[in-house]
Design a protein around this ligand. Structure first.
Ligand SMILES: [Zn+2]
Length: 700
């Protein structure tokens, strides 16, 4: 964790709260062992019960009784919850999110302490009507219901129901645009809802400028609880008039992919139709489903994400979560993700009564490790603050009334809905920190410093007691043979490696390495028959995992290319071929010949830098004490965290589908960009330009 967050963050985050309290009890009436001051707050699909703690209590039992309008019981009282000290970070204000009931029904609750196995007297009862499923049944749009809602969780929403629901939301709400990201192996659409207020930004690039958030709901087809939450939340975001919702959507874009694995959902299998576990494929992107998501991340550039799952450990908390742990993830992204989980979710969970905990929790086994194929880690390596979300599959000991399937399903889905709303609130409140972490991470990665680790996680320290969960996920230190202390400048691929046919996709046919690198959005420089992937890029931590010979799950064995220019050099320099400078000082003008490439880190060039018709120019963490003129480049341009005396002129560069990057750079002179196709962008990291910025660079 980076910092503790004892204080409230921004506005109240419980949804549609109503408060019901018991009749006042004379202060001297209750014995000290009796729970007092029980309250019940209603929210979407759950009730937060809160009470005064009893000295010496070992745990508490939560009893729920269905009642009619006259407060007469219509069923038997049932113990539906067990509160244990390890479920929240503060002990002075116990809360429990009771969930699983049919939303809209009326109940009476009582809570009693136990000391050891001795049951103490029940509290006075509290009676309340729970919140009905979201949306006025007579208001167009709001009235939509999923198959899961209409069957009271007896059935999950089918694929055809989902497509109809999604299309109806799209048709009825100006805030929503449904985009088909791709098709599954069995040709099911992979839809994403792009949601903004009053309308979503028009293009992926325009959405990226809003620092969007992305929620991925159903990568494992047999873990559908999150998907139902995503569909309900999409309807809320599309139609709610709650100022909180319109405020959120006025400040960012919410990207919801309800079902990335439509084939697996339809067949209720973990993997896709080929049996591939898609959450072991996000780096390799052998499958069309993962390719669709990763291409979306490239184009829409979400700054934060959640990935929804279910977890079959009955001893876990309600909501196991985990940040990207891979050691190649930049420290600011790990820290920010931990802040989102431990700083925000643990604190808010203790208010709402949901038990967030580190993935694995108690006796979770060897889970939550460093595979870069897992979306949590892939996104971290793409500088996205993010978390895994697991919904504990069974009720377990703390929710003893979930032998009833519908009760169990409702608790899971509504706990996910709570989490996703909290995620949006966190982004709204901490957006500046998230963007700062992202900028620092991108600049750190592009600087290409520090060791590379091919497998290995950061430790997740136990949260200080009393903590949510009994044990953090296991240590996953990198073994010595999977550490490379001396990172290369680039990987060189032969044409056969780069463009050669693959057999690792569905049906033994795979996309080429070139296509997968393009889907990740990495810059590549081609000189002759050789293809170079420089490491001074934002995804420096991910590139070696796929292209180095040490990669545990790699695409190919690229050749490590080390810098050829280091130290001090005097006089004019003409660059031919692929030239990599690291920790160099070049006193004199630099000219990059047509078809050649210059890649620099920690390098200072004194004199003009001129490139006409170059294959590629990638400068990171470098200084140019003079003008920079880059024209008619063919493959790749990237200038990140540089200082340039200026002027800077980018003109007539035609870099295919890969836009030039100019980010986090200080230019002490004018910046002029004309006739570049595509136009340059700044990855959301503003540049400091002391002179005028013209035409294509006016907004950079
Ligand atoms: Zn899963």
């Amino acid at each position: 964790m980076r910092r503790q967050r004892p204080t409230l963050i921004a506005v109240s985050t419980l949804i549609a709260i109503t408060l019901t309290t018991a009749a006042p009890t004379p202060a001297n009436a209750a014995p000290p062992e009796q729970v007092t001051a029980l309250t019940a707050h209603q929210a979407d699909g759950y009730t937060t019960l809160a009470w005064q703690p009893v000295d010496g209590a070992t745990d508490y039992q939560i009893e729920r009784t269905p009642v009619d309008a006259d407060n007469t019981p219509t069923g038997a009282p049932t113990i539906v919850g067990i509160w244990r000290p390890n479920r929240q970070i503060n002990q002075h204000a116990p809360t429990f999110a009771d969930s699983g009931y049919n939303p809209g029904d009326t109940f009476q609750w009582r809570v009693r302490a136990r000391t050891g196995t001795t049951e103490q007297p029940y509290s006075d009862p509290v009676t309340a009507t729970t919140t009905a499923p979201w949306g006025n049944p007579t208001t167009p749009g709001e009235q939509l219901r999923t198959g899961w809602e209409t069957t009271h969780a007896a059935q999950y929403t089918s694929d055809t129901d989902e497509y109809a629901n999604t299309a109806a939301i799209d048709a009825l709400s100006d805030r929503v645009r449904v985009v088909e990201l791709g098709r599954t192996v069995q040709n099911r659409p992979i839809n994403m809802m792009v949601i903004g207020h009053p309308t979503p930004a028009a293009t992926p690039e325009a959405v990226a400028a809003t620092s969007p958030v992305a929620i991925n709901c159903n990568v494992h087809g047999n873990e559908p609880g999150d998907r139902e939450a995503c569909l309900i939340m999409a309807r809320q975001l599309a139609f709610s008039t709650d100022p909180r919702i319109t405020d959120l959507l006025s400040h960012t874009t919410v990207l919801i992919v309800p079902t990335i694995n439509g084939d697996g959902r339809a067949n209720n299998t973990r993997g896709n139709s080929t049996g591939q576990d898609l959450n072991r494929d996000y780096s390799l992107i052998r499958q069309p489903e993962t390719t669709a998501y990763i291409t979306m991340v490239r184009d829409y550039r979400p700054v934060a994400g959640y990935d929804g799952h279910e977890f079959g450990n009955s001893r876990a908390g309600d909501l196991p979560m985990l940040p990207p742990r891979h050691q190649n993830v930049a420290q600011p992204i790990f820290d920010q993700s931990q802040d989102m989980i431990e700083g925000h979710m643990y604190a808010k969970g203790a208010e709402a009564g949901w038990w967030a905990c580190p993935y694995g929790c108690e006796g979770g086994g060897n889970v939550g490790l460093s595979e870069e194929t897992i979306l949590r880690n892939t996104l971290g390596l793409k500088n996205v603050t993010n978390s895994l979300l697991e919904l504990r599959s069974s009720g377990g000991q703390t929710r003893p009334d979930e032998g009833n399937t519908a009760n169990n399903r409702r608790r899971k889905t509504y706990s996910a809905l709570w989490t996703f709303h909290q995620f949006l609130d966190y982004h709204r409140a901490d957006r500046a920190d998230i963007l700062k972490a992202r900028a620092e991470a991108i600049e750190t990665q592009a600087a290409n410093t520090g060791r590379l680790v091919f497998r290995g996680s950061r430790p997740i320290p136990a949260h200080p007691a009393p903590h949510p969960g009994d044990s953090p996920p296991p240590i996953d230190a990198p073994p010595a043979d999977l550490i490379l202390d001396n990172a290369p400048c680039a990987y060189k691929l032969t044409d056969a490696q780069y463009n050669g046919a693959r057999t690792d996709g569905p049906g033994g046919v795979g996309t080429t390495v070139a296509q997968r690198i393009a889907a990740h959005g990495w810059k590549v420089i081609t000189i002759g028959d050789d293809h170079y992937v420089p490491l001074n890029q934002p995804e420096r931590g991910l590139i070696p995992l796929l292209l180095d010979t040490k990669g545990v799950e790699k695409l190919t064995d690229g050749e490590r290319v080390y810098p050829t220019l280091t130290g001090r050099r005097n006089g004019p320099l003409t660059v031919t071929g692929f030239t990599c400078a690291d920790d160099a000082t070049i006193n004199g003008p630099v000219t990059v010949r047509a078809g050649a490439a210059l890649v620099t880190t920690a390098t200072t060039i004194s004199g003009p830098l001129t490139a006409t018709g170059a294959a590629g120019i990638l400068l990171a963490d470098s200084t140019v004490n003079g003008p920079v003129r880059i024209a008619t480049t063919t493959d790749a341009i990237s200038i990140i965290d540089a200082t340039i005396a200026g002027p800077v002129d980018l003109s007539g560069n035609t870099t295919g589908t890969d836009a030039p990057v100019l980010a986090g750079t200080t230019i002490r002179g004018p910046l002029r960009c004309t006739g570049n196709n595509p136009a340059p962008h700044n990855l959301g990291i503003a540049n400091t330009v002391h002179g005028p910025r013209t035409t294509q660079c006016a907004a950079l």
